[in-house]
Write a protein that binds this ligand. Structure first.
Ligand SMILES: Cc1ncc(COP(=O)(O)O)c(C=O)c1O
Length: 400
């Protein structure tokens, strides 16, 4: 019998080598207590959180928490069913209405995760004989949505407008075309040139889906994302998003103005064949989304945090993923996994949690320390964070 697990041997070996060096496992951290969106207790120590997607700090918002508790009392702990059978409660309708209001769009469909939203929408709308054209740095859920469907997949170089145009022009006349883009690319924290790309898509008869997972709530005048910030939201056919980042809970969605959109509720398998979100989750999400509509001050403060951290890290001598801060994600590029893991551990020992990211999640084989800021990080905390980076960077030889 051949062992089906032998294909994992290279990963097992890489992991064992790393742990044999005595380093704390970067992928097995336990949060013993979470005190706020910016502070947790890890290994018995107060730790500043700089590696969550809690961009707008909604997880401890008193109104959000109260809505969840009330829904738990009123509707119980779960729906135990699909949206198309017994799993649609008033709360699911209310969160879809909150999304329609937030984006000023006609339709909203809520999934159990953002991953499932991409899986469902992409695999359902792009069928046999259609083409999906996607940025090569797309999130795993986008690739998995492509893999689950039957369309032809055409990747193009990251953020390359000309490459996108060339690929579109090569597609046979009359074929269905879906271009999938992200507002913010989560590994390096860079944004897409959506205005130019969407113009190319429209000129070549393609529909456009933009995943705004990392921009919702923060980027754009109303927090609708990069498409709003670049003035092209009306040309986007489908926006995908998640509740697991700025909204502060779990869940995913698609919003659209397509007149036939509602049929997806019957034909989209990752929507139909899974249980709907618990009532407490949709209640927290709806409350959070409505509060995000009115959060201009928080958005401004988050931009300040992002600019300060980016400038401070550059000044310390770190190499960053972008020349200028483009989002709430600042990626620090490490020379290799060993150095990256050592730096990650040194930061943790200083009392700072960041994300260690490595291939295949990262582009071009990079090891990254990904910092994601929160609107509730104070100016003092950003100062503390920079002090920790200076100390850990010198201790590990990452900076001189
Ligand atoms: C671009 C992008 N899309 C979708 C998702 C999936 O979101 P969720 O956590 O809701 O499954 C993520 C999660 O990290 C993401 O970065």
């Amino acid at each position: 019998m051949s062992d089906l697990f032998s294909k994992f041997d290279p990963v097992i070996e890489q992991r064992e080598t790393l742990l044999e060096s005595g380093i704390t496992d970067p992928f097995n951290l336990v949060m013993e207590r979470v005190e706020s969106p910016t502070v947790a207790i890890c290994n018995g120590r107060r730790t500043i959180l700089l590696g969550t997607y809690n961009y707008m700090g909604m997880t401890f918002d008193p109104d959000v928490v109260a809505a969840g508790k009330q829904a738990l009392d009123d509707f119980g702990s779960g729906t135990t069913g699909s949206r198309v059978l017994n799993g649609t409660y008033v709360g699911h309708k209310a969160v879809e209405q909150a999304l329609k209001d937030f984006y000023a769009m006609d339709h909203a469909m809520v999934f159990s995760t953002g991953y499932q939203a991409n899986l469902g929408i992409i695999s359902t709308i792009a069928g046999k004989d259609d083409y999906v054209v996607l940025d090569i740095d797309s999130h795993a859920s986008i690739y998995d949505g492509c893999a689950m469907g039957n369309a032809q997949i055409v990747p193009f170089r990251h953020n390359d407008i000309e490459a996108l145009e060339k690929r579109l022009k090569r597609i046979p006349e009359g074929a269905g075309k879906l271009v999938v883009l992200e507002g913010v690319y989560s590994m390096l924290g860079d944004i897409a040139p959506l205005r130019e790309m969407i113009a190319v898509c429209k000129a070549n008869g393609a529909m456009v889906l933009v995943d705004e997972a990392h921009s919702m709530g923060f980027i754009g005048e109303n927090g609708r994302g990069v498409a709003e910030a670049q003035g092209v939201i009306d040309d986007v056919d489908f926006i995908i998003g998640t509740f697991s980042k700025s909204v502060g809970t779990v869940g995913g969605f698609c919003v659209s103005n397509h007149p036939k959109f509602e049929i997806l509720r019957l034909v989209c398998r990752p929507y139909v064949f899974t249980a709907s979100l618990p009532p407490s989750v949709v209640a927290t999400a709806a409350t959070s989304i409505r509060k995000l509509m009115d959060s201009a001050d928080k958005r401004a403060h988050l931009w300040e945090n992002s600019k300060r951290l980016h400038a401070g890290l550059r000044q310390l001598g770190f190499t960053l993923g972008t020349q200028e801060p483009q989002s709430a994600i600042i990626a620090v590029i490490m020379p290799d996994l060993e150095k990256g893991a050592a730096m990650w551990e040194a930061l943790l020992n200083e009392g700072l949690y960041v994300n260690l990211a490595r291939p295949p999640a990262t582009p071009a084989g990079m090891t990254l320390l990904r910092c994601s800021l929160c609107a509730l990080h104070t100016e003092d905390q950003v100062g503390e964070i920079l002090g920790m980076f200076a100390a850990a960077g010198r201790a590990t030889g990452c900076i001189s």
